[in-house]
Design a protein around this ligand. Structure first.
Ligand code: BG6
Length: 494
């Protein structure tokens, strides 16, 4: 069925997130004919602009990123759906104007439309926007009025709860779409397909066969132009609290009975409930933080984190975080889940590696590598989207020497089409009213709750060794110890 006629209101339309990610994704959806026939994009922001100027602004930004669209007829078509209101997002008059504009469009179309309110603004505006929408009665259609927000959803448990109270003052939980853009990535969604559409993986997907799980999200990028945001966040808030925790839930959750938003999110919530808390006295054994110093990335010298623009010269913010987690339930008891993420690492690699137990009895002469490199199933999220099974075969010509080989599945090779970007997938779902790939409040809250002792301990104790890893390296040595004490290692190729 074709999606319903939609009024899409973009708060913060002139800002970074809008031109970098949201508008390009909407434009792609338009080109691919995934937007409703009747679609009106209304930008709202402080900048005094007209819709034509806003369109030109987007076109320039898109051109900078290599898309030449200004002469493209499709771009002109897309821009015909663009409106703009300029004003202070805290000013109730803006919302009256918005309502008038929306009503005019509905009258012209002779139908009532669904409404999407996307907050592409800094989070300190979320509460004002939500309550202004509420006071202007723009939240009233419980099924068809939706707000979309994106991290940072707070910087700790209390501030998350405050944001959430503000959002739920007028809006119901089922009207709130909290984006975690990792969930829009194809390979991330594919975790559930791999696990629950094939009968061969699930029987061994538990503590009897799985030895440990390692989740890595490593980036070569530094903090770019986002130093002033990042310096108040750090890797644990920026990446672990949301993206890595979502990956863990997808790997560890029980099968949903049906593939729908509530069932999937309930099963994830079961994982969150089962996560073994990290009491303050265990933080040192179960969490590692790091900050990069100067180093080399792809042959270029890059500065230390403390020298980046927007960052305090004596900053203690972590640019790397690793955790050891346990899911205390029947399936996963005592299986370590290692999570790590860092900026300015040696390579761009995001992957989940499920490592299996060694065989109970080894009849082959010792070959060496199976002790350190177990049979593993690796789900690669970036840079290429692939699934790789690492296993042992006999080396040709030898009597019984084993070698670890790989069996590869690669998305691009198999389907020959570029996969949609995360934002295309997520925006399409918002418009379709499908919340499966969005975060529910209870889950976000549980994640903050779990991490609070780590955040508190880290803010109370000054790291003495920062910077403790060089840009372009594999991260701090302490992270290797985190796994080595259990006889494991991270094993990613860098
Ligand atoms: C964002 C973080 O949520 O995710 C960034 O704020 C990070 O710091 C980014 O670089 C990574 O996402 P992606 O899709 O580029 O891998």
């Amino acid at each position: 069925t074709h999606p319903q006629s939609t009024l899409f209101v973009l708060f913060g339309a002139a800002g970074d997130l809008s031109w970098r990610l949201i508008v390009p994704a909407l434009y792609r959806l338009y080109i691919d004919k995934h937007l409703p026939d009747r679609f009106h994009l209304i930008g709202v922001d402080r900048m005094p602009l007209g819709p034509e100027e806003l369109a030109r602004h987007y076109a320039e930004k898109l051109a900078e990123s290599g898309e030449d669209i200004e002469k493209d007829e499709r771009w002109a078509g897309f821009c015909r759906s663009l409106g703009y209101i300029s004003g202070d997002l805290k000013d109730p008059a803006v919302y009256r104007q918005l309502r008038t504009l929306m009503q005019a469009r509905e009258q012209e179309w002779r139908e009532s439309c669904q409404q999407v309110y996307y907050m592409a603004t800094p989070p300190f505006l979320f509460a004002d926007i939500a309550s202004n929408l509420g006071r202007a009665q723009l939240h009233r259609d419980r099924k068809r009025a939706r707000i979309v927000v994106e991290k940072p959803l707070g910087r700790d448990l209390a501030s998350f709860q405050a944001i959430n109270r503000a959002l739920t003052e007028y809006f119901h939980e089922n009207q709130i779409y909290r984006i975690d853009h990792f969930l829009g990535k194809e390979t991330v969604q594919n975790i559930l397909a791999l696990r629950f559409a094939n009968s061969i993986f699930e029987p061994i997907w538990d503590r009897r066969y799985v030895d440990h799980v390692a989740i890595t999200v490593a980036e070569t990028l530094g903090v770019e132009h986002r130093g002033s945001y990042y310096d108040h966040a750090g890797a644990l808030r920026d990446m672990v609290q949301n993206h890595l925790m979502q990956l863990l839930c997808l790997v560890a959750m029980e099968p949903p009975a049906v593939y729908d938003a509530d069932d999937i999110r309930n099963r994830k919530m079961d994982v969150m409930h089962a996560l073994r808390p990290i009491p303050p006295e265990q933080v040192a054994q179960r969490a590692v933080r790091g900050q990069y110093g100067a180093g080399w990335i792809n042959g270029c010298r890059v500065p230390a984190y403390r020298e980046e623009p927007g960052v305090a010269p004596d900053s203690d913010t972590e640019t790397y975080a690793a955790l050891k987690l346990y899911v205390d339930n029947w399936r996963w008891q005592d299986v370590p889940f290692y999570l790590r993420t860092g900026k300015r690492m040696a390579a761009d690699v995001s992957e989940i590696s499920i490592r299996f137990r060694p065989v109970p009895h080894r009849a082959f002469p010792a070959a060496g590598s199976e002790d350190t490199h177990p049979v593993a199933l690796t789900l690669r999220i970036q840079p290429e989207e692939s699934i790789v099974l690492h296993f042992f075969v006999k080396e040709p010509g030898s009597r019984a020497r084993l070698r670890r080989v790989r069996m590869d599945f690669n998305y691009l090779d198999a389907f020959k089409v570029a996969t949609p970007t995360a934002y295309e997938t997520l925006l399409r779902d918002v418009i379709a009213g499908d919340a499966s790939l969005f975060m529910r409040a209870d889950q976000v809250e549980a994640s903050w709750r779990l991490l609070m002792p780590v955040l508190d301990t880290w803010s109370d104790t000054k790291p003495t060794d920062f910077p403790n890893y060089a840009a372009g390296s594999g991260g701090p040595e302490a992270a290797n110890i985190l796994t080595a004490v259990d006889g494991h290692s991270w094993l990613t190729a860098f």
